[in-house]
Design a protein around this ligand. Structure first.
Ligand code: ADP
Length: 354
C-alpha cells in the first residue's frame, strides 16, 4: 500500500477526501498531511526512509518554521531543508519542500523531493571532474615524455630498459588513480542507507585487514586486531571494507618499517568506533583538517612513492558521512596517528561485553 494512515496514540481520527489521497498516491512522491499541532495524519510510506519524522513527530526545525509561515499567511511556501543522516557527523540529506495550505488554519500538505540532493551531487561531480583532469595530466605527460625518450634511445638497451621501467610505474599510477576515481564517484553517487544491508563490524574489519596483508608483510609491519565485536551497522559492506582498508593502508604506508599498526573497536552509546593506530610519521596540526580533501597530500613526493592518489581519506570521509557517521584524526608528528571511523550501530543489534 502506498498511502497510509499514521498510527499514533495522539493522532486524531481524521478522514481526508479520497480524491486528495488518491491524487497524492498517483504523484508517487513523498507527501505528508499535517493537522493543527503539526501532527501528521497521513503520509506516503516512502516518508519513513527520509528521516523527517521521529516518533511520529517532525524533526526539522526548518520544516516546522515553513509550516508556521504557511499557516500564518495561508499561502504556499517552497524551501530547502537539511536532514542529518545519523546522530553524529556532517552527513546531510537535502530535500526540497513545498508546503501548501489545504484548509484555513488547519490542514497543510507537505511535498518533499530529492531535487536539491541531485543538484548538490551534480555540483560535486563538476568540481571533481575539474580536479581529475588536472591529476591525470601528470602521469599522462610523464608517459608521453618517456615514450619520446625510449624512441630517442632506441639503440641504447640500458636506457630503453630504464625508461620502459619508469613507463610501467607511471602506467600503474594511472591505473590506481582511475580505480580510486571510480571508487570515489561510486561512493559520492550512492546512498547506502536506502538499500542498506546489515553489516557485521568485525567481518568488515577482518576483511580489510586481510586485504592489507601483503603491503604489511612487505614493510615488516604487524597489523593487530585483538578484540571482537557483535555490533552491526546498516549500510554498504563493500564501501565499509574500502574505508577501513584505506585507513590501514595509510597507517602502513606512513610508518617506518617493522612498526605496529593496531585496529580496535569500541562501543559507546550506540556509536561503534573503529580506530586504526600507527607509530608512524604523524601529521602536523595545521595539516589535519586538509588531509580529507580530494587530492591533498602532506608530502606529494612520499605519497607518489607509496603509490598514493590523494583520494583515500576523501573516500573514507564520504563513506562515513553516507552512513550517518564521521571520521576523526588524532596525530602527533613522529609519534603516530589514530584515525577513528565512527558509525551509528543498528539499534536492533546487541553488543556483548568486549
Ligand atoms: P594518499 O593516497 O596520498 O595516501 P589519502 O587521502 O589517503 O591520500 O591521505 C592524504 C594525506 O594524508 C597523505 O598523502 C598523507 O600525507 C596523510 N596521511 C594519511 N594517513 C596518514 C597516516 N596514517 N600517517 C601520516 N600521514 C597520513
Amino acid at each position: 500500500m502506498k498511502f497510509r494512515r499514521v498510527d499514533s496514540a495522539q493522532t486524531p481520527e481524521r478522514e481526508l477526501p479520497e480524491m486528495l489521497t488518491q491524487t497524492l498516491n498517483q504523484l508517487g512522491g513523498h507527501a505528508l498531511v499535517l493537522a493543527n499541532g503539526e501532527i501528521p495524519i497521513f503520509m506516503t510510506s516512502s516518508v519513513d526512509q527520509l528521516g523527517v519524522l521521529k516518533d511520529g513527530k517532525i524533526q526539522s526545525p526548518e520544516l516546522l518554521a515553513l509550516v508556521r509561515v504557511v499557516r500564518r499567511n495561508n499561502t504556499k511556501q517552497v524551501g530547502v531543508i537539511e536532514i542529518p543522516r545519523g546522530p553524529i557527523g556532517e552527513g546531510r540529506h537535502e530535500l526540497t519542500v513545498t508546503v501548501i495550505p489545504l484548509t484555513e488554519g488547519d490542514l497543510v500538505l507537505v511535498l518533499l523531493s530529492d531535487e536539491s540532493e541531485a543538484q548538490r551531487i551534480d555540483d560535486i561531480r563538476r568540481d571533481f571532474v575539474a580536479n581529475i583532469s588536472h591529476e591525470l595530466k601528470t602521469p599522462i605527460g610523464a608517459l608521453s615524455l618517456l615514450s619520446e625518450a625510449v624512441l630517442g634511445a632506441k639503440d641504447e638497451p640500458i636506457s630503453v630498459v630504464k625508461f620502459a621501467t619508469r613507463m610501467q610505474s607511471e602506467a600503474k599510477r594511472l591505473t590506481d588513480l582511475v580505480q580510486e576515481i571510480i571508487n570515489l564517484s561510486r561512493v559520492q553517487d550512492s546512498d547506502p542507507l536506502q538499500l542498506a544491508q546489515e553489516v557485521g563490524v568485525e567481518y568488515v574489519v577482518r576483511e580489510a585487514i586481510d586485504q592489507c596483508q601483503i603491503s604489511a608483510d612487505n614493510r615488516n609491519i604487524v597489523v593487530t586486531y585483538p578484540e571482537s565485536t557483535t555490533a552491526i551497522v546498516l549500510g554498504d559492506r563493500h564501501q565499509l571494507i574500502m574505508a577501513i582498508h584505506n585507513l590501514i593502508e595509510n597507517a602502513i604506508n606512513y610508518s617506518p618499517e617493522a612498526t605496529k599498526v593496531s585496529v580496535s573497536t569500541s562501543l559507546t552509546e550506540s556509536i561503534i568506533d573503529i580506530a586504526v593506530s600507527d607509530q608512524g610519521i604523524g601529521i602536523s596540526e595545521s595539516e589535519q583538517d586538509r588531509i580529507f580533501e580530494r587530492f591533498y597530500r602532506v608530502d606529494p613526493a612520499r605519497s607518489r612513492q607509496t603509490g598514493g592518489t590523494g583520494l583515500g581519506l576523501s573516500i573514507v570521509k564520504h563513506v562515513a558521512a553516507k552512513h550517518g557517521g564521521e571520521v576523526t584524526v588524532w596525530s602527533v608528528e613522529n609519534v603516530g596517528s589514530t584515525f577513528s571511523l565512527r558509525l551509528p550501530i543498528y539499534e536492533a543489534s546487541i553488543e556483548s561485553p568486549q
